[in-house]
Design a binder for this molecule. Structure first.
Ligand code: LLP
Length: 414
């Protein structure tokens, strides 16, 4: 199932040697399996094939043009949250009529860009945003197609930083306010109400919160339809989790099985989903090289050339990522912290992890790093952002070059 497997004790990705990639491209490097990524796209398409649906790959998850293009080729649209993501999605060949625009802070200029591109739908998150969107559309003599992002007040039971569907979060609009705003939007000549939207959180390991949210949206949709609104889309956002450690996660087919019946009570509506992590996460790994072993007090540290600027998830959310040695030697195991060169004690890829002994020059693969890995990387400590490599049909190619020192000072002036 996983694209990263050992052959004769050497880690490979779809049969390609991971150490060969390191030799050719250097480390740290993100490696993605095209076949695995594509299989995940197809898995979603297949699960929802028998109902009207539109799958929008969540661009923020991993926004490399090659992966966006692959999504487009497999019939996906895109879920975007910025003008930059709109630019990348269109550049990769994603059709604007399959793009939905979410986020609590869309600027007027981002709205104008998306209106000119004629995207499918704006998922509006507040009364003030709705007003700005109507103004921008009016100035351009266009009509913005909108859904309201409803906050269903459902606990997604995930990390608090990525839970978005609770009423105390900054996301979405409450049920009661939504009814008022829908009426206002329907009466505005520069807005066209076409949908209803929610996104309750990310890395959900149960389908129950999705069902609770979908039921609330269905009831609201029925209420709005009976008030005369012509809704065409029900957007349930993304959020389906993956297995990082020992989580038990629902199959895509199970997710589909619980969502599809809800649509049956809403004839004429197309279901939109915005999956990201489930597609990109297990498709990618971050490959790092061991620089040093060191011991401080009672603690063992493995210092690698990959750091929190490359993969911030462990530092930011305390996330667990499996780490595999690229060469399986059978060496004895030690409990270590795997850390990077960044000048913070919060810079770690793993803590208190039982790993086979490694030495300088050895390679380690940090798995399930395809989602929110490269896309959240930074230049902190003036570190160069890693390269990205795509493995395809037994070959690999660089899909993003490693940054250079010149990249670090581009646009800066003395
Ligand atoms: N749609 C919207 C409106 C979203 O905000 C998100 C993710 C998605 C779709 C995709 O959700 P997914 O299927 O990937 O769960 N950086 C965090 C995750 C942040 C998620 C933000 N929104 C992490 O590394 O866990």
């Amino acid at each position: 199932m996983n694209p990263f497997n050992y052959i004769d004790n050497h880690l490979t990705v779809d049969g390609v040697s991971v150490s060969e990639i390191a030799t050719a491209v250097g480390t740290p490097v993100y490696i993605y399996s095209k076949a695995f990524f594509q299989a995940r796209l197809v898995e979603f398409e297949t699960a929802f094939a028998d109902i009207p649906h539109l799958l929008c790959y969540s661009v923020k998850t991993c926004a490399n043009l090659s992966l966006l293009k692959l999504s487009a080729e497999n019939g996906f649209g895109a879920d975007i949250v910025s003008g930059g993501e709109l630019f990348k999605a269109i550049k990769a060949g994603l059709s604007p009529c399959r793009i939905v625009f979410s986020g609590v802070g869309k600027t007027a200029s981002e709205m104008a860009e998306a209106l000119r591109a004629d995207i499918l739908m704006f998922n509006v998150e507040s009364a003030e945003e709705l007003e700005t969107l109507a103004q921008v559309a009016g100035n351009l003599n266009l009509r913005a197609k909108v859904a309201l992002r409803v906050n269903p007040d459902v606990d997604p039971q995930t990390h608090p930083y990525i839970a978005t569907g609770l009423k105390a979060s900054k996301f979405g609009i409450s049920h009661d306010e939504a009814i008022t705003l829908y009426k206002q939007a329907a009466a505005n000549p520069h807005l066209k109400v076409i949908g209803i939207d929610c996104h309750i959180g990310s890395q959900l390991t149960s389908v129950t919160p999705f069902v609770a949210a979908a039921e609330k949206l269905r009831d609201l949709a029925i209420e709005l339809q009976s008030a005369g609104l012509n809704l065409r889309y029900l957007d349930m956002g993304g959020g389906l989790g993956i297995r990082y450690n020992n989580e038990i996660i629902p199959a895509v087919s199970e997710y589909a099985a619980v969502l599809k019946p809800l649509l049956k009570s809403l004839p004429g509506l197309t279901l939109i989903l915005e999956p990201g992590r489930r597609i990109a996460g297990p498709s990618g790994a971050l490959l790092v090289k061991v620089l040093y072993n060191k011991r401080n007090g009672s603690k063992n540290f493995v210092v690698t050339d990959g750091a929190m600027n490359d993969l911030i998830r462990p530092s930011l959310y305390g996330s667990y990522h499996r780490i595999l040695p690229v060469l399986r030697t059978g060496a004895s195991k030690n409990v270590v912290d795997v850390v990077g060169p960044v000048c913070e004690s919060g810079d770690f890829l793993a803590r208190e992890r039982l790993l086979p002994a490694v030495k300088a020059g050895d390679l380690l693969a940090v798995l399930e790093a395809g989602a929110y890995g490269y896309s959240m990387s930074s230049n902190y400590n003036a570190r160069l952002r890693a390269a990205e490599v795509l493995v395809e049909n037994g070959f690999f190619r660089v899909i993003k070059s490693r940054e250079s020192y010149e990249d670090l000072t581009r646009g800066e002036y003395i």
